[in-house]
Design a protein around this ligand. Sequence first.
Ligand code: ADP
Ligand code: MG
Length: 587
Amino acid sequence: MKDNSKSGRIKLLPDSVALRIAAGEVIDRPFSVIRELIDNSIDAGADKIDVYVKNGGIDNIRVVDNGRGMSREDLEICCLPYSTSKINTLEDLDKLNTLGFRGEALSSISACSKLEINSKTREGSAYKLLLPKTSNDPVTETWGQEGTLIDVSNLFYSIPARKKFLKRPSAEATACRKIFVEKSLPFPDITFRFFSDNVMKSFLPVSTLKERILAAFPDLFNKQLIHEFSTEHKDFTIQIIVGDPSLKRKDRRYIQVYLNNRRISEFALVQAVEYGFSEFLPGGNYPVAFIFIKIDPSLIDFNIHPAKKEVRFQNLTEIHKSIVNSIKSFLSDFRYNYSTSIQNADPKLTQLNEFKNIAAEMGNKYTEGFRPSNTNYSNFKVSDRTFPVDLIQKSKAVDSNVSELPESRNIHYMGQIFNLFLLAEVEDKFYFIDQHAAHEKIIFNELKSKYNKIQELLVPAIFEIEGNRENSFVTDLEKYSKTGVSFEDLGAGRWQLISVPENCIGNESIIIDFVKKQKGTISDLETELYADMACKSAIKDGDVLDKITAVQLVKKTFKLENARCPHGRPVWFQVSREELFRFVGRL
Ligand code: ADP
Ligand code: MG
């Protein structure tokens, strides 16, 4: 065996090598640069952040912000390893409210690319830092507005092995845009823009969180189908934005969990979202859900992953439970109103309008105000978008479409439920018929069409009418008699009802009550009379019908011209085959 004990094999790596190895951990691909630079711009308090990539970020990445900037002294050291303005001691990690804290992004980026930083604080002059150094003092005075511009080119020129593993520029550009969107979502108070090869691909103006999500994914969603709610606990709050179950997906791409403004990949919480949706989505489908958790920084540890994607929680179980429960209870309540909320939406139109607004705003507002750059603003193109059309139709409660049901249609009676609804399948629609309302309307129509046969009462009904009402009653007498209702004056405010339409026999009291109280016009009397009579003689809620009666009733119901009861309530509720299939996620 060879003895190595004398000459030590362990050597300290030269700084240049060590730095590049460390850089490789933080900066993996172009999107990692974007991730770090956006973090820095957000930490610098910017409210406008522009990101430019060329050739998928392989040739150039530029991030421009209007944040607080850096002084000459800051610029001199910002690219040294472990230089940070965000923490001083380990304890500071417990009250961390910045995205960065390790002080290794700029040093890593400068170790593997050509870097230029232009920066200006409010009070100071503008300075430029160029790395790698070409002179003793890499910082020079320059001009510019308050804020910082960071330009990264020739990525991985110093780590050829890494460069070899870059993907096609289009794939790198997609990854850059994806991280851009993820970074922007928790910060709707900041305007973000993303340009790829000088074409603006994303424009995210200041908005609400929900609007930010809609603007970030314009091809996917529409406003009516995105819902927002939140839940609060002692140690954390969770804001939840979910897509309607009808926006189901085949992958988990749109289940995103953010913790203290960083997207994290904590599978337990992704699963919590899935559990919450489990009763509302068919198997193999995944919901759209964005979860924003805010928690006291002392209860979590982000310092376990170079890109801070993983995190240790103290109350993971509670957060998990709270996500499952709040999604479940929201969806159950919501499903109750499901058809109502959907029928108000015209997704295609909403989407189109929203897009138009954004396009208009883009034209008006955002042609000025940013730092000068190579990009010619008049050249912005907005990539084509398609607008999804969700075809869930209105669940109609009758009225207009009764004429669609000629007698010849194949009516399939299915039975009775809740002692009230008769169920019938008619071609591609299913009907819940309110047996009482339907029967009432049928009787009402029959009564009205037969009333002209007049019947003298064998025993006239005597009543009194108050003096102040008698006059107008007298003027209406003729109109009453035209409907078959005749009275005789007995003097001293006493009258007797002597004839009524044949089918009203037995309902004299309704007529007398109407007349005495002078409830309305003659046609109101008709409606009242017949509606009341119909209501009284119609089968009631709770009556169990034999099949023959039920089928007859169903058939007659479908002949109604206006399927509303005399009081105006709909006689049935209909749902189409397509709607049902959608409700269970088959379409
Ligand atoms: P960290 O963000 O962890 O502090 P970085 O290497 O990303 O480390 O940045 C080093 C320091 O440079 C930051 O702490 C900050 O003070 C400064 N800095 C970086 N980018 C910006 C920026 N866009 N605006 C103002 N200051 C910045
Ligand atoms: Mg940073």
